[in-house]
Write a protein that binds this ligand. Structure first.
Ligand SMILES: [Zn+2]
Ligand SMILES: [Zn+2]
Length: 448
């Protein structure tokens, strides 16, 4: 044997073995994995394209996210599911995003992909439907497109928007007499489709403070909705609140406390999105401001959605968590932050304790009257609640933090704030943050 290995044949054999090994490992890398370990996937569930009021083509948008290390993306145009044949006037596209939008699209994907007809004023470009462009941009285990829609409804004169991810069929907004009823009506349509189609669909309530539309009580009492945008990167969504209306973080705590203390209902889980419309520096609603990190075994719509529903995800506007875990045995919420050069981190554990002050008062202006807008119309406002709702239970500095529940909490959630602003802030004074889901609430529901 030895002599063979030393000889010419041996060299050949070794070289051949090397080729075989390479071929085998390539095949192994390429194989569909069996039972892979859970890992974090990064994605955005709220994005607009030319199919409604965004200013770029779906493939161009998908490529932007794919090449920014995103793993999943839902294009959520208003009341459409990007299906069927649709041509758009080149002039209208130029008006949205600039004269070079079509040229950039052509330069990126080429004449063999881009479809153009007509000349001059009647020049039109075809918007590719979902099933067509997904085949171009998706990559198994690396980048996934999720069919989705922003169900864009109105009630009581304000916008009521909710996203439905992994839809099969388009849903038309159903309306309702009140904001709450509208949320529940549309959610019912989503759930009916999920059941009929036998698929996982995630419906989340969008930007509650956009148009000051959805109050803390609306969110609390529309108990069938379990998911909402704790951060939306659109600069017009009033993320920090104002003198009469709570910030989104505060709204979340009020709604979760009402649900757990009064309604025996589970709390809402938070989702971060960027709600981007503008990809050509022609407007302020830009991509990459907020995203969801989801821990799942497989990059499929079903696995991503099930993990979000199970609470195995966190929302972020820049802070990355290496890990976040709630140990139900020791009742400890523990997280580890992936440090960013030059940043320091503060983690606040926020919750409401049993026996909190449950009194609330109407929100009034300086003169003690219900606040009105310039036209004298009453503002939609949440009530004022005690500081014992959503109080800071503990604060930790550094790149890891933990909190052990005492048993008095209705729920606890963690919010991590970096000393650094995001690369592209959506409001003044913004810092990069991460929001974990509320934990420790299951016992509250079991005991009552
Ligand atoms: Zn919206
Ligand atoms: Zn939107």
């Amino acid at each position: 044997m030895k002599s063979v290995w030393r000889g010419c044949g041996g060299v050949l054999t070794l070289a051949w073995l090397g080729v075989l090994t390479l071929a085998a490992s390539a095949a192994a890398d390429d194989a569909v994995p069996a039972d892979p370990a859970p890992r974090w996937w990064k994605g955005n569930l709220h994005t607009h394209s030319l199919w409604s009021d965004g200013d770029d083509f779906p493939e161009m948008i998908a490529e932007r996210y794919r090449t920014r290390d995103y793993h999943f993306l839902a294009l959520t145009d208003h009341n459409v599911l990007s299906q069927g044949l649709r041509w758009m006037k080149a002039d209208a596209i130029a008006k949205r995003g600039g004269d070079d939008v079509v040229a950039k699209y052509l330069a990126r994907f080429g004449k063999s992909w881009v479809e153009i007809r007509g000349e001059g004023d009647s020049r039109e470009v075809r918007l590719k439907p979902f099933e067509e462009y997904r085949a171009l941009v998706e990559e198994r285990g690396k980048f996934l497109m999720i069919p989705a829609e922003e169900i864009s409804d109105k009630a009581e004169g304000v916008p009521v928007h909710m996203n439905a991810s992994n839809l099969r069929d388009v849903i038309q907004p159903l309306g309702g007499a009140t904001v709450r009823e509208t949320i529940e009506n549309n959610l019912r349509q989503v759930n009916e489709q999920a059941e009929k189609a036998g698929r996982e669909i995630l419906a989340h309530l969008n930007h509650p403070n956009f148009g000051w539309a959805v109050t803390a009580e609306d969110i609390a009492y529309a108990v069938t909705e379990r998911y909402f945008e704790v951060y939306n990167g659109h600069p017009g969504v009033n993320q920090p609140g104002d003198e009469h209306r709570p910030s989104i973080d505060r709204l979340w705590d009020i709604a979760n406390t009402i649900r757990l203390a009064r309604l025996d209902a589970p709390p809402l889980y938070g989702i971060a999105t960027d709600d981007s419309h503008h990809y050509h520096q022609k407007g302020g609603s830009r991509p990459f401001r907020g995203w969801q990190m989801v821990r799942a075994t497989h990059l499929t719509p079903e696995h991503i959605i099930r993990a979000i529903k199970a609470g195995d995800s966190y929302a972020t506007s820049g802070v990355t968590l290496a890990d976040v875990r709630f140990d139900a045995g020791t009742k400890t919420l523990e997280l580890a932050i992936e440090p960013h050069e030059g940043a320091t981190y503060t983690t606040q554990f926020i919750g409401t304790l049993r026996g909190f002050d449950d009194a609330s008062q109407p929100t009034l202006d300086k003169d003690g009257k219900p606040p009105v807008d310039k036209a004298g119309k009453p503002l939609r406002v949440s009530r004022k609640y005690s500081g014992e709702i959503g109080q800071v239970l503990a604060t930790r500095q550094g790149s890891s933090a933990e909190y052990t529940l005492t048993g008095k909490e209705l729920y606890v959630r963690a919010v991590v704030t970096s000393s650094l602003p995001p690369a592209d802030p959506s409001f003044e004074g913004q810092r990069q943050q991460a929001w974990t889901q509320p934990v420790g609430w299951e016992w509250v529901l079991e005991k009552e």
